[in-house]
Write a protein of this length. Structure first.
Length: 321
């Protein structure tokens, strides 16, 4: 059982505090600095960046990385096991990501972040992975090559949204709520604008590396958000003071660069290994359907144990002696 190491926790607090103080509220117009707490649920141990409030501790401590209310203030709360196992860069980004969530409501950049189940379908994943590849190329380029890559990213995004129009608002909401937090973590943890771009490209490349094992349903905005935010940094300085919870990040980039989506998404896909992505997603979908079929045969179509409901609605499977 891993107890919270008080000395290491204080080092992490100092590290995060130095980064938010270095920003000084420049990125969003407000400081993201806040009291912080790291907790371990199993051992009930915790460390705080300032004296803990009197009274009972919040029940969420050690369960979530998220802002919590404690003693009348908003704290950045973190899980010890998660924090201690991250790389230094990932740890810094995590702290700043969650500290941003603490000030996000007052900035007016919140939106419902509903599940984007379509991003577990073969076509949804195919067009998303193409969008990410185009965004990575755009971040590596400048001038007209960047614009061309951005136009391709928009075309892939548009193709996906035409297939799943009912999910457009869910995607947009996640990119506002989680994407902006991920962007903030990437930017404030970086040593320079160039370093932030490296971080965003690493996120895009890392998502591609683990694509076949990963689900994008609740995580895609953590990858897309930093990319679109950095493109806005380059094309629309001061955009963080103007963005609203009703905005779409890609639309803001499109307007700032005065470009339109490429006219033929299928043709554009050939520039980003579309055939290879399609083949890998077809294999993944086939394997997924085989797994679902096996589970259906085992737990639905095969022999099942039916227990008649009792008055209490409860059962006890322990052996009676």
């Amino acid at each position: 059982m891993a107890q919270v190491d008080q000395q290491r926790a204080q080092e992490y607090f100092k590290e995060a505090r130095a980064l938010c103080e270095r920003d000084g509220g420049r990125l969003w117009g407000v400081s993201v600095c806040a009291p912080m707490v790291i907790a371990d649920r199993r051992t009930q141990t915790f460390a705080t960046s300032q004296p803990a409030p009197e009274g009972p501790r919040p029940q969420a401590l050690g369960i979530v990385n998220a802002p919590i209310k404690w003693g009348g203030a908003t704290w950045g709360a973190f899980m010890w096991d998660d924090v201690v196992n991250k790389t230094p860069r990932d740890r810094k980004e995590l702290f700043l990501h969650e500290l941003f969530h603490g000030v996000q409501p007052q900035l007016g950049v919140m939106a419902p972040a509903l599940a984007t189940e379509h991003l577990d379908t073969m076509d949804g994943r195919y067009w998303l992975r193409l969008e990410w590849r185009a965004l990575a190329r755009a971040l590596r380029e400048s001038g007209e090559p960047r614009n061309l890559a951005v136009r391709d990213a928009f075309a892939f995004r548009q193709a996906r949204r035409m297939l799943y129009p009912a999910s457009v608002e869910d995607e947009r909401g996640q990119e506002i709520t989680e994407g902006l937090a991920a962007y903030t973590g990437t930017v404030l943890a970086a040593q320079s604008a160039a370093d932030a771009i490296v971080g965003a490209v690493d996120l895009l490349d890392g998502a591609e590396t683990t694509a076949l094992e990963a689900s994008f349903v609740r995580t895609f905005a953590y990858v897309s958000g930093p990319a679109y935010g950095l493109l806005l940094d380059a094309s629309s300085p001061g955009w963080t003071r103007r963005v609203r919870g009703t905005d779409d990040l890609a639309t803001l980039v499109m307007r700032a660069l005065a470009v339109q989506p490429a006219t033929d998404a299928t043709a554009s896909a050939t520039r980003y290994g579309g055939a290879e992505i399609r083949a890998s997603e077809e294999r993944r979908e086939q394997e997924r359907q085989e797994r679902l079929g096996e589970l259906r045969r085992r737990f639905v179509d095969g022999p099942v144990l039916v227990i008649p409901g009792g008055g209490s609605g409860m059962s006890d499977s322990r052996e009676q002696l």
